[in-house]
Ligand binder design. Structure first.
Ligand code: HEC
Ligand code: HEC
Length: 262
């Protein structure tokens, strides 16, 4: 083989190798954060990541409590059974909560309204577009249309007993209050679980079963899956009874505000 042929072969091989590599993996968030310059897609991905992990700083104009998205979507939305955000392939999807088919944008905007007890950003708000880019980024490698493994939170089996808020109070004081506070108000970096700085009554986390699945799989921090299913249900029933901001669907004033900004 001539030397020039050899060289052509080598470069073809190199091109094949690098292009197949580009299809299979994408830069990590850490790598992207260190890049001096990012294209439009990746700069949105990074912005979305920043909003998820520090919502207070990067999307405060839409937020009404002291939570960050990643307080519930743990590890910046990458942790299975902790409401992971690698769900781009699941949308659009019919949603009973609002009685229509939801795109990922509406799904994101609703978490601002309920979980963040805030106001709904407009459809084309840069924050919403950036979070959508981050959700797409996290969804790489998933089969579009198929439920990703560990989506949402685990569904706890029926224990045969109703959730008992009085027992839940004992669980809370023993296992949760040292971090989340006697009054559920949150301490330092640990978020509130009730009160005016918490998610509102319309939020998914205010559902006893949803909260129980989250708490059983992820709480207390450092001791996941240590509570019994019944304890997780009981403590969720206790959280559900506490004061928190009203469901905005029941507030005419907030509805009016939403109309005005949309
Ligand atoms: C060791 C400290 C610690 C303990 C104990 C603990 N949590 Fe948490 N909890 C956290 C932290 C920190 C977060 C936020 C996680 C993050 O941002 O990564 C959190 C998040 C949460 C959330 C979602 C965010 C919010 O504030 O609404 C709920 C609900 C919750 N915890 C309930 C509980 C319950 C119920 C218990 C007791 C069974 C418990 N936690 C025990 C530290 C703790
Ligand atoms: C208090 C906890 C909490 C906070 C804070 C929170 N979420 Fe959620 N989020 C949930 C729960 C619970 C669900 C699933 C239940 C439901 O559909 O209501 C969910 C579902 C989602 C989904 C759909 C996931 C799927 O499996 O299809 C997206 C997207 C989402 N949230 C985005 C966000 C964004 C963006 C933020 C911050 C602006 C945020 N969430 C803040 C609790 C929270």
């Amino acid at each position: 083989m001539k030397f020039t042929h050899f060289l052509t072969c080598c470069s073809l091989l190199l091109i094949t190798l690098t292009s197949s590599h580009a299809q299979q993996s994408q830069p990590s968030i850490e790598q992207l954060l260190n890049e001096p310059f990012l294209d439009d897609y990746y700069s949105n991905v990074v912005y979305g990541y920043e909003i998820i992990t520090d919502t207070q700083q990067h999307a405060s104009r839409y937020v009404g409590n002291s939570l960050n998205c990643s307080n519930c979507h743990l590890q910046a939305g990458t942790q299975q059974e902790a409401l992971p955000l690698n769900v781009a392939g699941m949308y659009p999807k019919w949603r009973a909560k609002n009685g229509k088919r939801n795109g990922i944008g509406l799904r994101i905007r609703e978490c601002f309204l309920y979980s963040m007890d805030g106001i709904m950003p407009t459809e084309d708000a840069p924050e919403v577009l950036a979070i959508a880019a981050y959700v797409t980024y996290l969804s790489q490698g998933q089969i579009m249309g198929a439920e990703p493994e560990g989506r949402g939170v685990p569904t706890l089996p029926d224990t045969g007993y109703d959730p008992n808020a009085a027992n839940g109070r004992a669980v809370y004081l023993e296992q949760c209050s040292s971090c989340h506070g006697q009054q559920g108000e949150g301490i330092a970096d640990t978020p509130a679980v009730w009160g005016s700085d918490s998610y509102n009554k319309g939020a998914g986390m205010n559902g006893i079963r949803e909260a129980a699945g989250f708490i059983w799989a992820n709480m207390p921090v450092g001791k996941p899956k240590s509570l019994s299913h019944q304890q997780a249900l009981d403590v969720s029933a206790y959280l559900n009874l506490q004061y928190r901001p009203a469901d905005p669907r029941e507030s005419k004033f907030l509805k009016l505000l939403e109309r005005l900004i949309n």
